[in-house]
Design a protein around this ligand. Structure first.
Ligand code: SAM
Length: 231
């Protein structure tokens, strides 16, 4: 991963940011970790947001749900460095930040450890040479499946029609179809009752990310996909 002028500053938050290999050190023990931080009220739920950027979205939700654990990940050092004071100032014991690659998900979490994975507005990688870099492809989804509980879920939002169609398409591949049910696929999330109603109980319901607001302002549709692990 590229270094940054902020790399050495991540150690200013040793209890909050786990950079690089440190992101792997609680693998399969995240529930114990949060149990001791949150205390007996911990609801035993672990939510993982990929591409959390400066964690404005994640901290808004985490503040309203202090007994659920939220782990935000981004590979941009500056984004994670900017996120840390927000988490610290809000005294959110239920949030940690990882400066790591989403592709390393199976090194970060043990088998069946996660309840939900959120991926909101992933980089579209839509130039011909970049298509192979799209995160949501078979290798990542197979690894993500390993880390999810039975009936665990993946939630994706994107403003990019091509990305949405490629995700829906990849789910018909044999290995993925054996592991996941495609439970919701919507090409206009905020105006689609078949997507809004079944997600109304989710922590992210009614909340929008910075990228999402940008595209909603331009009246562009937000695409949404929900996957559930098969029992
Ligand atoms: C387009 S931004 C969206 C940010 C935020 N989720 C939102 O909706 O406003 C994508 C974010 O994902 C991060 N990202 C992209 N690919 C990643 C990867 N493979 N691993 C970790 N972070 C990644 C980028 O650094 C960036 O912060």
């Amino acid at each position: 991963m590229p270094r940054s002028n902020y790399s050495h500053r991540l150690i200013e938050y040793p209890d909050l940011i786990f950079p690089d290999d440190q992101a792997f050190k609680h693998r399969a023990h995240w529930r114990d970790f949060f149990s001791s931080r949150i205390g007996p009220s911990f609801k035993d739920q672990l939510i993982f947001e990929i591409g959390c950027n400066d964690a404005t979205f994640l901290t808004t939700i985490a503040q309203k749900n202090p007994t659920t654990a939220f782990i935000g990940l981004d590979w941009k050092v500056k984004a994670i460095y900017d996120a840390a004071p927000r988490v610290a100032d809000m005294k959110l014991t239920n949030v940690v930040l990882l400066r790591a690659r989403a592709q390393d998900i199976a090194k970060i979490f043990g088998a069946g450890e996660l309840d939900e994975i959120w991926i909101f507005h992933p980089d579209p990688c839509d130039r011909e040479v970049e298509l192979q870099n799209r995160l949501i492809a078979e290798p990542f989804l197979l690894a993500a499946h390993e880390t999810l509980k039975p009936n665990g879920s993946v939630h994706l939002k994107t403003d990019h029609a091509g990305y949405y169609h490629s995700v829906v398409g990849v789910l018909s591949m044999d290995l993925l179809a054996q592991r996941f049910d495609l439970t919701i696929a919507s090409s206009n999330y905020w105006h689609d009752p078949t997507a809004i109603l079944p997600t109304a109980h989710r922590y992210f319901a009614n909340e929008t990310t910075a990228f999402e607001r940008r595209f909603m302002k331009k009246r562009q549709p937000i695409y949404y996909v929900e996957l559930r692990t098969k029992p």
